[in-house]
Design a protein around this ligand. Structure first.
Ligand SMILES: Nc1ncnc2c1ncn2[C@@H]1O[C@H](COP(=O)(O)OP(=O)(O)OP(=O)(O)O)[C@@H](O)[C@H]1O
Ligand SMILES: [Mg+2]
Length: 450
């Protein structure tokens, strides 16, 4: 195993030497800096597992160094070294993110113990991260996480259609991962090295969308002061992803249909026909067959697009993927925020698994981000979750009207148990039932005492 790296920042030479030697003998790799400025440069430019920082130094003092380090290396644990007289500032330093402090004159054994305790936690966090990564990888297909049978089917479809040039229609609720599926098809296709161009068809009014898709010549309409290449042309030799296809207007439907039939088009305001070689992938979160029935979507266009359909199931139909998704997405959120979180508490995880996720994976992703930002301890607690995920409020949220009575009862019992810290006698009294009934209901709803 590689030696763990410790930085000592102290203006007193004897401390740098004696402490440095002691720690080296204890098996660590040690570097030292004699002032806050040098210390900061080293923290910024090198990787350390821990830093010991003297509070009182000329120039940049320990407190300032601490604040600066937290910005560039939020993960680095910093232990403050302080003289007895300044213990108040040591407490202040802890508030600013120092993990611990030692008082001068100190004894080396005491420091070793503090360091070991911190590094042990670091190792645990690292190990957790490694395990999470390994776990997610095992069930990862391109960037798509999933081990449920429903997702296995999606993966199989992707593998099947990727090598072909067939048009694919991806359906599924909002946030289920349709765009990921489209990108995976492209990435596994012979066109992988060619462009993947997405056009958000639902986001714009008709004229803008047509300009976006087909491009325009200078002077084609008022405001067209320059010419512009459309998405269709940009996607030549590659893949064009028509997102939210169910939202396009009747006119654009005709124009698209014509293009799909001929595989050629005219730039708006242009004369020549342009031929392109593109693979089309379309996606919609609407029930497109219903749109066709209602006459809102052209049947002929539907048949053009619907050569192969891949339906991405909603998250509530693949609960088995929730844990994996949490692990994988937590990893990404942590990378973005630089926070140190080792995972979710059991009841927080349970809330994630139990929730029906109307907004699917995107909503789950947002909920995790929320929790990571709020969390104060290395483990995400139930109180860190967005309100709609916390059992006591679940009854109040939009899903309320759709909850069966048994769910409401279960949630209420859980809430009371949490409130009494799982004191059965008190809980039963609050609930107005006897203890045996409470035990039976706990068994029925698989409520386990933590
Ligand atoms: N199976 C999955 N594994 C990992 N990440 C996922 C998965 N499914 C979705 N995501 C993530 O969730 C978010 C939403 O996914 P995506 O944009 O593909 O959904 P969508 O179906 O296109 O949604 P919409 O209909 O709202 O456009 C993205 O950040 C995506 O990376
Ligand atoms: Mg999308």
């Amino acid at each position: 195993m590689e030696k763990e790296r410790i930085l000592i920042v102290d203006d007193e030479e004897v401390i740098r030497h004696s402490l440095g030697d002691w720690l080296r003998e204890s098996g660590y790799y040690v570097e030292t800096a004699e002032d806050g400025y040098k210390g900061f440069q080293m923290i910024k430019n090198k990787e350390f597992d821990l830093a010991l920082v003297d509070l009182k130094m000329p120039g940049i003092d320990g407190m300032e160094l601490l604040k600066k380090s937290c910005k560039v290396r939020p993960q680095l644990p910093i232990v403050i070294i302080t003289a007895y007289a300044t213990v108040d500032s040591a407490v202040l330093a802890m508030k600013h993110g120092a993990v611990d402090y030692v008082m001068k004159p100190f004894n080396c054994v005491e420091i070793s113990m503090i360091i070991e305790k911190i590094l042990e936690r670091q190792r645990l966090i690292k190990e957790n991260v490694r395990l999470r990564k390994a776990l997610a990888k095992r069930f990862q297909f391109q960037d798509i996480i999933g081990k449920s049978p429903a997702m296995a089917k999606v993966f199989e479809m992707i593998r099947m259609v990727a090598p072909t040039r067939s048009t694919v229609l991806i359906t599924g609720e909002s946030g289920t991962g349709k765009e990921l599926v489209a990108r995976a098809i492209h990435a596994l296709s012979p066109r992988a090295e060619k462009p993947f161009i997405a056009a958000a068809c639902g986001a714009m009014p008709e004229t803008l969308l047509e300009a976006e898709l087909f491009g325009y010549e200078k002077g084609a309409f008022t405001g067209a002061t320059t010419s512009r290449v459309g998405r269709i042309q940009m996607a030549d030799t590659g893949t064009l992803f028509l997102d939210e296809i169910g939202d396009i207007s009747a006119k654009t439907q005709i124009d698209l249909l014509r293009f799909l039939q001929e595989r050629e088009f005219r730039v708006i305001g242009g004369k020549t026909l342009i031929q392109v070689d593109i693979r089309i992938i379309a996606a919609t979160n609407q029930d497109i067959e219903l749109l066709v029935k209602k006459g809102d979507f052209r049947e002929d266009l539907y048949y053009r697009l619907n050569v192969i359909t891949i339906n991405v199931p909603p998250l509530r139909e693949r609960k088995g993927d929730v844990r994996l998704l949490v692990a994988h997405l937590l990893e990404q959120v942590l990378l973005d925020t630089g926070k140190q979180i080792s995972g979710l508490s059991e009841d927080a995880m349970k809330a994630f698994i139990d929730f029906p996720w109307p907004g699917n994976v995107r909503q789950l992703e947002n909920a995790l981000e929320h929790a990571v930002i709020i969390a104060k301890s290395p483990e995400i607690a139930i109180g860190d979750l967005p309100e709609y995920l916390r059992p006591q409020s679940q009854v109040k949220n939009v899903e309320y009207g759709q909850l069966p009575l048994s769910d409401v009862e279960k949630q209420h019992i859980e809430q009371v148990l949490r409130f009494t810290k799982y004191n059965i006698k008190r809980s039963a009294k609050i609930l107005g039932i006897n203890r045996v009934t409470l035990y039976n209901k706990m068994k029925l709803y698989s409520i386990i005492r933590p």
